[in-house]
Design a protein around this ligand. Structure first.
Ligand SMILES: Nc1ncnc2c1ncn2[C@@H]1O[C@H](COP(=O)(O)OP(=O)(O)OP(=O)(O)O)[C@@H](O)[C@H]1O
Ligand SMILES: [Mg+2]
Length: 619
């Protein structure tokens, strides 16, 4: 006798519910999705006891006639797709015809629905998947679904429900995500008869974003926009300083669907690269529009995951879109000018001006000023204070070339004295002093600034090394006594992989047999006494990033290590000249706001803020 049986429908629905309905928030998600697909403009979600007792979703969408209402509770019954090819052109949020029968199989379920022009509506009652009653019902146009006693007939699942607060948190997040994507719809969330959220219809999508993410964030949202044939990216990212410790401020949508996609998330982080500290998450709302046949939405029971056909292109476009948007937040004076707007002669004048300013600075040591030196390999600080490690460091010297600039442009026209873009924010600061040998206190036209000297110098060294490598001219110094490094077996394997790539930074490392390596040359920017510790950390960093990761990200990690090892430390006294040199170099950086690990380099208090703090003005 055969032992394989086809399961009764109630049981198979219950099994499907195991995947589709994880917790009350999943019910809310499915019901609200249906309401959106039905063209609703108002959606009311009422919850009692975190959804354990009751979930009711009412909408003013197109409703259903009696036949459709009955069919909607059948498994695989859907109005949203007809045939196989439709699976690859899905424009609606639902498509499987699974949600309603699944939910109805694990709850006491009531559906009341009426089409706009129908005289009366339909009421259907189901308990644990069994239909108990179908009748006419007076009802407003639209649909109301009531789900009581969720998991009442699957006690094992009911046990897994968390506290009311936790479940409400998930429900609120779910509605927030849908509200972000559909500003034209009003969403109201009521818990135990109290309105928790009411997002009114918003003509301007930014208003909805501000409503959902918080009003204070509105002014810090940077618009994202980038299109190509594979994807259109739009939305907002918030400045990196508003980062959070969880991913709850990240909302990603593909073709109107809220998704949790690792590729897009990775691209978002890559766009923030160098601005976020490890373990921090940005606040971002990104909408991707991908050709329907380029995305498979049918890969996960909760429809949260998708598969993109052109993953790489989508990834890179999102990354560039985010990075581009964040650059807008850098004050104008730091923004790299459009290539076509740069007048090379003007640029040289700007450099010369900064050099001249530098020359006229008092020189406490009495020797040559750094600017007077045109030889790259000469030490920066001509007459350093004793014991100052920075003092021998060429990297703290302003990286200016000899004054080759002609004061006339290439076309022979007189050159404007004012540069087209001003990169002298930091060099224009007046330095008040150093606090705890760690922070540089400065005054700007706008207020008071504290600069973290280690973070600032780390950024300077990082960008200088990167620029040198990009320009294929690593300036390195041969070590008189090559440094020998012994590593463990695993570490040696890692270094063997990375070492040949380090050449481009002027760091020459060769295998010396077994697990031993010799370092023959180091970039001139680097301090040779740091070599052994730095190499060990390079290896650790590579292991942390993953040896199989893309070489570009491994190299970036290595650059960060080099920069960190060779930057001035906290608790290190700097002379005025050294501080000034560092400020000049910060002006030359592309991202003078964050160290390569994403820590902020400086913080500022405006005069107004200070006056408020001292209660000189009323808030
Ligand atoms: N609020 C609603 N207003 C109008 N029609 C609805 C509503 N909810 C469900 N329906 C109809 O019932 C059908 C079944 O809904 P159900 O959610 O079970 O499946 P689906 O939305 O088609 O697919 P999925 O299982 O992916 O959500 C829908 O295709 C739709 O035609
Ligand atoms: Mg549905």
């Amino acid at each position: 006798m055969s032992i394989i049986r086809v399961l009764p429908e109630i049981l198979s629905n219950k099994i499907a519910a195991g995947e589709v309905v994880e917790r009350p928030a999943s019910v809310v998600k499915e019901l609200v999705e249906n309401a959106i697909d039905a063209g609703s403009r108002r959606i009311l979600v009422e919850i009692e006891q975190g959804g354990r007792k009751l979930i009711r979703v009412s909408d003013n969408g197109h409703g259903m006639g009696r036949d459709d209402a009955l069919l909607s509770l059948e498994r695989y019954a859907t109005s949203k797709i007809l045939q196989e090819p439709d699976l690859f052109s899905i424009r609606t949020l639902g498509f499987r015809g699974e949600a309603l029968p699944s939910i109805a199989s694990v709850s006491r379920f009531t559906l009341i629905t009426r089409e706009k022009d129908a005289d009366s509506g339909t009421r259907i009652e189901v308990a644990g998947g069994r239909m108990n009653n179908v009748s006419d019902a007076g009802a407003p146009a639209g649909t109301m679904i009531r789900v009581a006693g969720l998991f009442y007939n699957t006690p094992a699942r009911r046990k897994f429900l968390k506290s009311v607060n936790t479940e409400m948190g998930h429900i609120a997040d779910t509605i927030a995500s849908m509200a972000l994507c559909r500003p034209e719809i009003q969403f109201r969330l009521v818990h135990n008869n109290r309105t928790v959220k009411n997002w009114a219809q918003a003509a301007d999508p930014t208003d909805r974003v501000a409503d959902v993410l918080g009003r204070v964030i509105k002014k810090d949202l940077l618009p994202v926009q980038r299109d190509n044939e594979d994807v259109q990216v739009s939305g907002w990212v918030a400045a990196a300083r508003l980062s959070r410790s969880t991913a709850r401020g990240v909302y990603l949508f593909v073709n109107g669907r809220w998704v949790k996609d690792r590729v897009i998330q990775h691209a978002l982080f890559a766009g923030y690269s160098g601005r976020l500290m490890k373990g921090r998450y940005p606040v971002a709302v990104l909408f991707l529009q991908v050709p329907f046949d380029q995305v498979d939405v049918n890969v996960h029971p909760t429809k949260h995951e998708i598969r993109l056909a052109r993953q790489k292109s989508v990834h890179d476009t999102v990354r560039d879109a985010v990075a581009g948007a964040l650059r807008q937040s850098d004050p104008t004076r730091w923004r790299a000018p459009d290539a076509e707007n740069i007048d090379p002669a003007t640029t040289r004048v700007a450099e010369k001006e900064s050099r001249d300013k530098y020359k006229s600075m008092p020189n406490p040591g009495g020797g040559d000023t750094p600017a007077a030196s045109t030889n790259i390999s000469r030490p920066l600080f001509p007459s350093p204070e004793k014991g100052s490690r920075v003092a021998d460091r060429p990297d703290l010297r302003p990286s200016v070339e000899p004054a080759t600039a002609d004061l006339r442009s290439a076309r022979g026209a007189p050159v404007q004295q004012e540069p087209l873009w001003k990169r002298s924010f930091f060099s224009d600061l007046s330095v008040i002093g150093q606090y705890k040998g760690t922070y540089i206190i400065c005054e700007s036209g706008e207020g008071l600034l504290l600069i973290d000297q280690h973070a600032a110098h780390e950024r300077v060294v990082y960008e200088q090394l990167k620029r040198q490598a990009d320009g294929q001219r690593p300036s390195s110094q041969r070590l008189l006594m090559p440094e020998t490094i012994d590593l463990g077996f695993r570490e040696a394997q890692i270094l063997e992989k990375v070492a040949p790539e380090m050449d481009r930074y002027g760091l020459e490392i060769e295998p010396f047999g077994g697990n031993t390596f010799v370092v023959k040359a180091v970039p001139t920017l680097l301090d040779s006494s740091e070599i052994p510790a730095m190499i060990t950390q390079l290896v650790e960093k590579t292991a942390e990033i993953g040896v199989a990761a893309e070489m570009a990200s491994i190299l970036d990690g290595c650059l960060m290590v080099m920069a960190c090892h060779n930057a001035v430390r906290a608790h290190q006294q700097l002379s005025d000249v050294q501080i000034k040199a560092m400020l000049v170099q910060l002006d030359a950086c592309d991202n003078p706001s964050h160290c390569p690990h994403g820590r902020p380099i400086w913080i500022q208090w405006s005069v107004k803020e200070l006056e408020k703090q001292f209660q000189r003005i009323v808030a």
